[in-house]
Ligand binder design. Structure first.
Ligand code: ATP
Ligand code: MG
Length: 429
């Protein structure tokens, strides 16, 4: 990650260049209204961090010193559109009217201070100054703010050492109790470290061991959400490796492991997925590749902790069951493979095929996905009826035998199939 310490004039230019034309227009409307109400307006957090690192993102995190709800409502009164507010968190979202060419929505936060009644609880929120809002954030590199209102456009506010840490490549919490206040930061710290090729600051690293037990207090949703975010990252594998090394995975759940075999499977699967026309969703594939070798009881126990949504849970169970037995099917006849795989959701078959190294088993799974599963005899139920067979279990048995004969190459032409059909139906007449 390249970083160069910016001049203020340079920053307003960089900011202007980084915004899409829609975002630029929007920010001007917002900045004018803020100035009219004598409110200071800042863009804060990830956008500023990434702007300084030279690859700005699209999410604008706007902080107002004062009432964000009033600002959003004034914008809607003047320019139309809708506003939704969260009174408790003092945040508002403005949806400009469609067809104005403005972004779909923008989020406003009233600068606020937060305190935590007990570890891992949701915070108590009060209105405050910009600095209060920055103090409640997770890491110094996320505390940089750029002021936007009129004459101050592009002014950098660096009150908590963010610029130094960005330059040094350090991810640092703001206070020693940070992980206790919010144990999700144990996962976030690794995500930023690995995303940018940074290092967790020495003092911050030293706080991790004693904070590990607090992960137990996180709800299923908060813990799973942080892991989802990891799996959506390009560097997910190095993040999971680091989370394991620091004991964070084991603290989240003892069956969440990361080792050499997981690493290889994950890398193989992610690379193979890139070559597909319709690759599976990255997060789903990530979970599946990661947990594919966890046996059923382990998966059920992880599910109790993390509460996967039902589609993902079914996928994980099916993929793990198939992965456990797939090698024992090597060299079996296609009809035997099809009998097993027809009972497995196709997505799980695909995930296992992506995970496997090149070799006969992978080829067999791919043959199933691409060809075998669609193989059907020419004959159908109507044809059997025409031949005078009474509908019943014989139908299924005959059609299955015909399909197997095609799959295993015992039947290669329609004439072959008719000959076999003769033989099979004669048994039932
Ligand atoms: P990303 O590029 O991952 O979106 P981001 O910095 O935008 O990075 P978000 O998760 O979108 O991160 O959160 C926006 C801002 O909110 C962060 O920059 C950070 O300052 C603050 N934040 C998010 N989660 C926490 C947390 N658990 N504790 C404290 N501050 C947080
Ligand atoms: Mg963000």
């Amino acid at each position: 990650m390249t970083f160069s310490r910016p001049e203020n004039s340079d920053l307003s230019t960089r900011l202007t260049q980084a915004l899409t034309p829609e975002q630029g227009t929007l920010l001007h409307l917002v900045a004018d209204e803020a100035a009219r109400q004598s409110l200071s307006l800042y863009i804060v957090g990830g956008f500023v961090r990434d702007l300084l690192l030279g690859h700005p993102g699209l999410d604008l995190d706007l902080v107002v010193e004062g009432d964000a709800l009033g600002l959003a409502r004034a914008l809607a009164t003047k320019h139309g559109g809708k506003v939704t507010v969260h009174t408790r968190f003092k945040t508002a979202q403005w949806f400009p009217p469609p067809a104005t060419g403005l972004p779909e929505s923008v989020d406003f936060i009233s600068a606020r201070s937060e305190s935590y009644k007990h570890p891992a609880a949701l915070p108590t929120v009060k209105l405050g100054k910009l600095i209060d809002d920055l103090r409640r954030r997770d890491f110094t590199i996320n505390t940089l703010a750029l002021r936007l209102d009129r004459d101050h456009f592009g002014e950098l506010h660096d009150n908590l050492g963010g610029l130094n840490d960005l330059e040094a490549g350090s991810v640092r919490v703001l206070q020693p109790v940070s992980f206790e206040d919010d144990p999700t930061r144990l996962l976030r710290v690794v995500r930023y470290e690995q995303r940018y090729g940074f290092q967790i600051a020495r003092e911050t690293l030293a706080l991790i061991p004693e904070a590990l037990l607090l992960i137990n207090r996180l709800s299923a949703e908060r813990l799973r959400h942080e892991l989802d975010l990891v799996l959506e990252e390009e560097n997910a594998a190095s993040m999971l490796e680091r989370l394991a090394e620091l004991g964070i995975l084991a603290a989240a759940h003892p069956a969440l492991k990361w080792n050499k075999a997981t690493q290889t499977r994950f890398a193989t699967g992610m690379a193979a997925a890139q070559t597909l026309k319709h690759p599976p969703a990255q997060r789903t594939l990530g979970w599946t590749l990661w947990l594919m070798d966890v046996p059923l009881p382990g998966l059920e126990s992880i599910e109790k902790r993390l509460h996967f949504e039902s589609g993902l849970r079914d996928m994980l169970l099916a993929a793990s069951a198939l992965f456990a037995k797939v090698n024992s099917l090597a060299g079996e006849k296609p009809s035997r493979w099809v009998a097993v795989l027809d009972a497995v959701p196709l997505k799980a078959v695909q995930a296992v095929s992506l995970a496997l190294p090149a070799g006969p088993v992978r080829q067999e799974l791919r043959a199933y996905i691409e060809t075998w599963r669609q193989v059907k005899p020419k004959t159908n139920g109507h044809d059997l009826k025409k031949r005078g067979l009474l509908p019943g279990p014989a139908y299924q048995s005959i059609l299955k035998s015909l399909r197997e004969a095609w799959l295993d190459g015992e039947v290669k032409t329609v004439d072959d199939e008719m000959a076999l059909l003769e033989k099979l139906t004669s048994k039932f007449k």
